[in-house]
Design a protein around this ligand. Structure first.
Ligand code: ATP
Length: 215
């Protein structure tokens, strides 16, 4: 007997914003996910700044989860000292949750880039994929993704409850044209980020002077 499916959303979350949260809330509603786990990524230190520390990104993800019912934080990737591959995270979660369907959430940009991911063809052996529309990223699929959808796309939400892995769901979510890059630019210009991210996260950014213009 399987337990209800859960959602997994990995990201840099630098900072977390409504483009992460709204599609995840809508995916939770569409598929009756028991919870959504936010998994902040480890970022190599050489990545371009402005970049918040892991602690700051985690603090913001925790604040966002605290004000979003059904959302929790999973810190496993931050605890590692090197970037972790999604396949490794899914293998670990599958061991911990043998009877829970896992739904890995991603935006359309990630689906289009999936063929470059480490061992991407094995992802569906551990989880379902749940893909949100994202403005600027049209579903012009590369041949590998066309093929993946031909074999694995499902429009029956019960499939995501009856099977632990192996299906792809294309969401019909409200498109949100926001990236963390755009938000960082806006903050660096000293502008007001209100309504683009949770109020508690906006307060945290203001309180700690994150992403602010350089004096
Ligand atoms: P950056 O601009 O720093 O690259 P980002 O805003 O794209 O960041 P990530 O943390 O890289 O955010 O994204 C994590 C996940 O959230 C990815 O699967 C990505 O596709 C998805 N995502 C991010 N923004 C949106 C959005 N506006 N709509 C739908 N999905 C999104």
């Amino acid at each position: 007997m399987l337990t209800p499916p859960i959602g997994l959303l990995g990201g840099t979350f630098d900072p977390i914003h409504i483009g992460h949260l709204r599609p995840a809330i809508e995916a939770r509603e569409a598929l009756d996910l028991a919870e959504v786990r936010l998994l902040p990524n480890h970022i190599p230190p050489h990545r371009a700044s402005p970049l918040c520390s892991s602690e700051q990104r985690l603090a913001m993800v925790r604040l966002a989860a605290a004000e979003t019912p059904g959302f929790v934080v999973d810190e496993r990737e931050l605890g590692r000292d090197k970037p972790s591959y999604t396949i490794d995270t899914l293998i670990a979660l599958r061991k911990e949750l043998p009877d829970t369907p896992l739904c890995f959430l991603m935006g359309m940009d990630s689906l289009l880039g999936l063929p470059s991911w480490h061992r991407w063809q094995e992802l569906l052996a551990y989880a379902h994929l749940v893909v949100s529309v994202r403005p600027g990223w049209q579903p012009d699929y590369p041949a590998e993704i066309e093929d993946l959808l031909r074999h694995h796309q499902s429009r029956d939400k019960q499939d995501f409850h009856r099977h632990r892995h192996g299906r792809v769901w294309l969401c019909d979510n409200l498109p949100i044209e926001l990236s963390a890059t755009r938000l960082r630019t806006l903050l660096a210009e000293g502008r007001d980020p209100r309504y683009l991210l949770p109020a508690s996260v906006a307060s945290h950014i203001a309180k700690h002077g994150l992403y602010q213009p350089t004096p």
